[in-house]
Every structure is written in C-alpha cells, then in structure tokens.
Design a protein around this ligand. Structure first.
Ligand code: NAI
Length: 297
C-alpha cells in the first residue's frame, strides 16, 4: 500500500541540508505541506544562511508546498511562532521530525563544559522545545507523529563524542516516555539512528562510500516512523537502504543470596547471561521483573 502524507502538515528541523532536506523533499513529494526549519548554522552551530529557503524552492519547483523557517530550535519563542505560522496557514501540525543538530567533538579530557552544554542544548533541549511547541495541538487534534534523531554514538558510544552521545541517548529515553504519554491522544513517538554521508560526517566517509550512504536512503525509515500506521516507541537504525531495529534489553538477572558487592562479582556471568532477556515496554516493567525474581520465578 502506498504511504501518503496528503493532508498532513510536517515540520522538519535542520532541513536546510543533509538528512533533514531528504526527509522534507520526500514528505512533500508524498503530499505533505512541509515547514523547512533551519537556521543555516555551520557544523558547530555558529553562523546563519538561507539554506531553508533553498529547500523550499526545490520543493515548490517539484510542485510541492513548503514554507521556510529560519528559527533556532533552542529558542522557545521562535519555535512557538513557527508552529503558530504553520497552524495559521495550514490548520495544524501532524508531524514533527526533530533533526537539527551540531557537533563539538573532542575527547572528554579536552572538552570544555561549554561544548558539552551547547550540544545538549541543540539536540536534546532543542527537541524538547520543538516537541513542546506542537504537543498540545497534537493532543487537541488527537493525532501526532514525532520522530527523534538519535545516533549509533548515543546507543553504543563513540570516541570523542561524549557530549553528543549523552544528548542522543537522552533523546531515545525522551521518545520512549513520550510514546507512553502520547498514546491516549494517538500521538506516536519514535527514534531514528541514521547513517549518511552529510556535512556532519564528511570527515569519516571515504569518497567511494558517499554514493552508498546517500541521505535519501535514510528517508524511507524516517517517513515510515511518522506515517499513519507508524509503530510507537521504536528505535530504528537506517543507512544505505539497510533498516535495523535497536532495543534496550534487560537480562533475567539473579536474586543474590547475600546482597554484597562480592556476591555481584561471584554472580557476574549469571547476571549478564542473555538467555531469557526481554525488552521492557516501560520502566515499571523492570520493577515487575524484580518482584518475579523475589518470588523465585
Ligand atoms: P547536517 O549538518 O547536514 O544537518 C544538521 C542541520 O541542522 C544543519 O542544516 C544545521 O544548519 C541545522 N541546525 C543546527 N543547529 C540548529 C538550530 N539551533 N536550529 C535549527 N537548525 C539547526 O547533518 P546531518 O547529518 O543531516 O544531521 C541530521 C541529524 O542526524 C542530526 O541530528 C545528526 O546528529 C543526526 N545524525 C546524523 C548521522 C549521519 O551519519 N549523518 C549519524 C547519526 C545522527
């Protein structure tokens, strides 16, 4: 069945280039009216450009509908104004893709707290600010699809990216909780961990890989996660046309006979044994499994 976004209004942050641009173009091609947000910053988050305007022109040239927004995701007033403009023009916002991001890579030993804060501010707090700006409207219209952008760095770690990792895993936790809070109002919230050759990753992809890791090959996973029949609470990895699911798992664990650090050491193999591992659907489920172990199950 064709996945259509006809009649839907979508906001994509950081859509002046890279992955966000690819999402915006494909959403528009499939019928969505798209707000292309981007303040046009450099890779470290400083500076300005008209990147969003260019993507709007591209969408319009292809027969789609879009509006540009040059606001920063870190500014609640600007994000509220963006949502108000979209709602005024098009009647509401159904889809939000939190994609804007910056990098301030350095080993933690050399990282200033200012660089830690700046990255958390754009990725994590910025996503909260944008989501907050659409949330009440989505609840009122009983429809919303929100996508957070995590990263393999957040899920699994990467040397030199402690600030970015903290922000990105934070986003996955944010999404899992909003998936629970949004369920009653038909708001579904998912997470994508993309891999693509963009400005952000230009130093790490060898030239022969650029064609393989095109941003438009991530768009299918992102679009599915904001579609009518999207799941909720899912974390997908996507790159070069490969789509994977990531899960935060929990082992069965062990009820210690004696609650001592020595007993943890002695039981390490059993504690970390992945046989019977589960994927809890909420934090409360972990407490349930603890009670089960106490009952000898
Ligand atoms: P990109 O640098 O091309 O895109 C990021 C965009 O966000 C830029 O256009 C930038 O101007 C915009 N932006 C930065 N700060 C902003 C702010 N305060 N307000 C509004 N816009 C702002 O890089 P790319 O690769 O397209 O990244 C998109 C997202 O995907 C980011 O969240 C990134 O962390 C994430 N990601 C990308 C991966 C990759 O392999 N390219 C890997 C994992 C995650």
């Amino acid at each position: 069945m064709t996945i259509s976004f006809e009649g839907r209004v979508a906001i994509v942050t950081g859509a002046g280039g890279g992955l966000g641009r690819a999402y915006a173009l494909e959403l528009a091609r499939r019928g969505a009216r798209v707000v292309v947000n981007d303040l046009g910053a450099g890779r470290d988050g400083t500076g300005h450009s008209d990147a969003a305007l260019e993507v709007v022109a591209e969408i319009e040239a292809a027969g789609g509908q879009a509006m540009a927004d040059g606001g920063s995701v870190t500014d609640p007033g600007q994000m509220e104004a963006m949502v108000a403009r979209a709602t005024h023009a098009w009647g509401g916002v159904h889809i939000l893709i939190n994609n804007a991001g910056i990098l301030r890579d350095k080993s933690f030993a050399k990282m200033e707290i200012e660089d830690f804060r700046a990255v958390i501010d754009v990725h994590l707090v910025g996503s909260a600010i944008c989501t907050k700006a659409v949330w009440a409207g989505m609840q009122a219209q009983n429809y919303g699809r929100v996508l957070m952008t995590a990263s393999s760095t957040g899920l699994y770690g990467n040397f030199g990216q402690s600030n970015y990792a903290a922000a990105k895993l934070g986003l996955a936790g944010f999404a899992r909780t909003l998936a629970l809070e949004g369920a009653r109002a038909n708001i579904r919230v998912n997470t994508i961990a993309p891999t693509a050759a963009t400005r952000m990753t230009e130093d790490i992809f060898p030239p022969e890989m650029l064609g393989l890791f095109r941003p438009d090959l991530v768009a299918p996973a992102a679009l599915y996660l904001v579609s009518e029949d999207a799941p909720t609470g899912a974390i997908l990895g996507a790159g070069a046309g490969v789509v994977q699911a990531a899960n935060i798992t929990l082992t069965r664990g062990v009820k210690l006979d004696e609650a001592t650090p020595e007993a943890v050491a002695a039981n390490w193999a059993a504690i970390t044994d992945r046989e019977g591992e589960i994927v809890p659907q909420s934090g409360a489920e972990q407490a349930m499994t603890i009670l089960q172990r106490l009952q000898g199950n």
